[in-house]
Design a protein around this ligand. Structure first.
Ligand code: MN
Length: 236
C-alpha cells in the first residue's frame, strides 16, 4: 500500500492557501468556504436595475472565495471593463452548516457578520444578462470581494436595522437600511440551505441598496453597516 509520506506525495503541487478573514477582537481567523450572493434584495435597487421589486423567490450567484480582498487592502481596477460598479452589502458568516434549515432556527447557524463590497463589472454582467449567459465574468473576477473583519454574533447580536451606506471620496452614493431587506437574514439562510448544503465558513452577501454606480482609479470607497463595521478601499 502506498502511504503518502509528505505533501509532495499527496498533491501534485502545493494546494492554494485557505482563504480566511480575521475575526474581530479574537486573533482568530474565519476560514472562508463559499461566497453566496443574493440578487436584488432591496426594492429600490431592483427598480434602478429595471426590475419589479415584488417579492419573488430570492436568487443567488456565487463569487469564488479567493476573490476576497483583506481588510485594509486595495481594489485593483480590473481588465476587460470600463464600467466597474460598487455594491455595499451586509454579509452573513455561517458557523453551523445544514440543509433545509428551518426559519425559526436559522439565526442559530450564524457565526457573525461583516461588511463587504460586491464589486461588479457591470458592462460584462449586462452583456451576460442579455445573452442569457452566466454572471461570473461580471461578478467573480479577481479582487471583486473586499471585506471587513467578521464580528461574532456573540459580540454584536443579530442586527436587523441600521444604515447600509457607501461613499466615494466622501460623497454619499448608497444609503439604505438593513430593515429594507426584502429577504431577511433568516429567510435567506432557510431558502439558500434548501438549494445548497451550507457549511461552516460560508459567507452570504445579502444584496445592495440603491445607488450603485461606477468607480475610477484613485477613488476611495468607504462604507459600512451600522452595528457591524466600516470598510475603506482605494481603487488603484
Ligand atoms: Mn450584489
Amino acid at each position: 500500500m502506498n502511504v503518502p509520506s509528505s505533501v509532495g506525495d499527496t498533491f501534485a503541487f502545493a494546494p492554494p492557501a485557505q482563504v480566511s478573514l480575521p475575526v474581530a477582537d479574537t486573533g482568530q481567523l474565519f476560514p472562508v468556504n463559499r461566497i453566496y450572493c443574493v440578487g436584488r434584495n432591496y426594492a429600490a435597487h431592483a427598480i434602478e436595475m429595471g426590475h419589479d421589486p415584488d417579492k419573488e423567490p430570492p436568487f443567488f450567484f456565487i463569487k469564488a472565495a479567493d476573490t476576497i480582498v483583506q481588510p485594509g487592502g486595495v481594489f485593483p481596477y480590473p481588465d476587460k471593463t470600463t464600467d466597474v460598479h460598487h455594491e455595499i452589502e451586509h454579509v452573513v458568516a455561517i458557523g453551523t452548516g445544514g440543509t433545509d434549515i428551518p426559519l425559526e432556527s436559522a439565526l442559530d447557524h450564524v457565526f457573525g457578520y461583516a461588511v463587504g463590497l460586491d464589486m461588479t463589472r457591470r458592462d460584462l454582467q449586462g452583456e451576460a444578462k442579455k445573452a442569457g449567459r452566466p454572471w461570473e465574468v461580471g461578478k467573480s473576477f479577481d479582487h471583486s470581494a473586499p471585506m471587513s473583519p467578521v464580528h461574532t454574533s456573540a459580540a454584536i447580536g443579530h442586527p436587523k436595522a441600521g444604515t447600509v451606506h457607501l461613499e466615494i471620496n466622501g460623497e454619499t452614493r448608497q444609503s439604505g437600511d438593513l430593515n429594507q431587506l426584502i429577504w431577511k437574514t433568516e429567510e435567506v439562510i432557510a431558502f439558500l440551505s434548501g438549494l445548497f448544503t451550507l457549511v461552516p465558513g460560508d459567507l452570504i452577501m445579502t444584496g445592495t441598496p440603491a445607488g450603485v454606480g461606477p468607480v475610477s482609479r484613485g477613488d476611495v470607497i468607504t462604507g459600512g453597516v451600522d452595528g457591524i463595521d466600516t470598510i475603506r478601499v482605494e481603487v488603484v
